[in-house]
Design a protein around this ligand. Sequence first.
Ligand SMILES: C[S@@+](CC[C@H](N)C(=O)[O-])C[C@H]1O[C@@H](n2cnc3c(N)ncnc32)[C@H](O)[C@@H]1O
Length: 276
Amino acid sequence: MRDRLFYLISKYNLKANSDLGQNFLIVPDIIERNVERAELSEKDAVLEIGPGLGVLTDALSKKAGKVYAIEKDSRLVKILRTEYDWPNVEIIEGDALKVEFPEFNKIVSNLPYQISSPITFRFLKHDFERAVLIYQLEFAQRMVAKPGDKNYSRLSLMVRAKARAELVERIGKGAFWPRPKVDSAVIILEPKPPSERIELDENLVRALFQHRRSTVLSALKKSHHMLRLTKEEFRKVREVILKVPHGEERVFRLSPEDVEEIGEFLRREGVIRPLS
Ligand SMILES: C[S@@+](CC[C@H](N)C(=O)[O-])C[C@H]1O[C@@H](n2cnc3c(N)ncnc32)[C@H](O)[C@@H]1O
């Protein structure tokens, strides 16, 4: 596998494009473990973001019924189409943040780190059974942070509202070519059953987490413009906002349920708009 990768790199005189987060996996064990973790069978349709030179795609194609691999770099798309003859892989050329997703039930990817945040939020809008994803370590740690942790952020809250996330392995820089500047980690993401998922007002979450160390009251005051309220409008609803649930709590201690409660209160009092 490692040989094949370097053979392709030299055959096509390929320079990795760091703007596209091109750090290719060169350790077969990691690929095998991630394919195992995805618990694949013939019944599965897997989405892979950024197949690169196809090492993970190749392993996925042997276990899954179908693999959809979305790749933005047209050089790599050409190489994949020339070098492999997979009967069950569809290479989709395009930006994974923009192209329409095909139908899938699992995701396995070594993600380009530049799009970690938007692609994760995009995944969470879809229904799937399980995702096995490689992220930069710091990002992965934020994904699994709990309310009150020092790195608990908007991302941690939004992930927690929709899914269970577990960090199952740390990966050193040496597992990739070219070597990235930071370590990585594997996350298993499983969406919660629909009845347990919490719909949150994204503007409210942004407004609160803009000031994650402040109290809820103070964050709302400082971010009123993010709730689409002018200073004047905010002044009018000030008395109401003083009664907001968890008003004296620090933002970084809020659970998704707490934010839901705050949102419900503000909607009931007409301070923010209904969820669309
Ligand atoms: C970290 S590399 C992973 C490559 C390969 N899967 C591996 O593990 O060796 C990320 C891949 O994502 C591709 N990529 C970057 N941005 C993308 C985007 N917006 N949409 C789709 N693919 C993207 C890169 O060209 C690269 O092939």
